[in-house]
Ligand binder design. Structure first.
Ligand SMILES: [Zn+2]
Length: 81
């Protein structure tokens, strides 16, 4: 038998701040930084719909470009490649 009170307790309110974004949107630029120097990244967009599909994030300090592919930013430091 179902317990309505239990179902209510498990229905948590949406907390967007704790959702980890899996695709690259422009909002992400506010939280993204260079994984090496934590500096600002410059966004270059090659293809965009509701989200950025293809492009790159460039760190001036490290002179390294992080590729965005299929809407997912590849933020592995250069040493890891
Ligand atoms: Zn950097």
């Amino acid at each position: 038998m179902a317990h309505p009170s239990k179902a209510l307790a498990s229905a948590k309110p949406l907390n967007r701040a704790h959702r980890i974004p899996r695709t690259m949107k422009r909002d992400l630029m506010e939280i993204l930084c260079c994984p090496v120097c934590k500096g600002d990244l410059t966004l270059t967009v090659d293809a965009e719909k509701e989200e950025i599909l293809e492009g790159s994030l460039f760190c001036k300090a490290c002179n390294h470009r992080y590729v965005i592919r299929d809407g997912i930013p590849d933020l592995l430091p250069p040493d890891f490649k």
